[in-house]
Write a protein that binds this ligand. Structure first.
Ligand SMILES: [Zn+2]
Length: 72
């Protein structure tokens, strides 16, 4: 590894998507509100814990606090 110094990131404008204040499509379920889960051996659809089935990203939402399925 040749030391070429530290690359500095130029402060650039954030992408337009970052500037949008409106609702954003939930990434994990891609806006469908459902996720496929393989829990239990059979793949089946569950309500997306990230958006709670709305398909829209919920700011500061903790999916781990309300998982779609809890292991018994
Ligand atoms: Zn979702």
């Amino acid at each position: 590894m040749a030391g070429q110094g530290t690359r500095r990131r130029t402060a650039s404008k954030a992408p337009a998507q970052e500037e949008q204040a409106g609702p954003r499509t939930c990434g994990p379920c891609r806006g469908t509100g459902k996720l496929l889960s393989g829990a239990g051996g059979t793949q089946h659809a569950v309500v997306c814990p990230w958006c709670e089935g709305t398909g829209t990203e919920i700011p500061d939402h903790d999916a781990q606090a309300n998982p779609a399925e809890r292991p018994d």
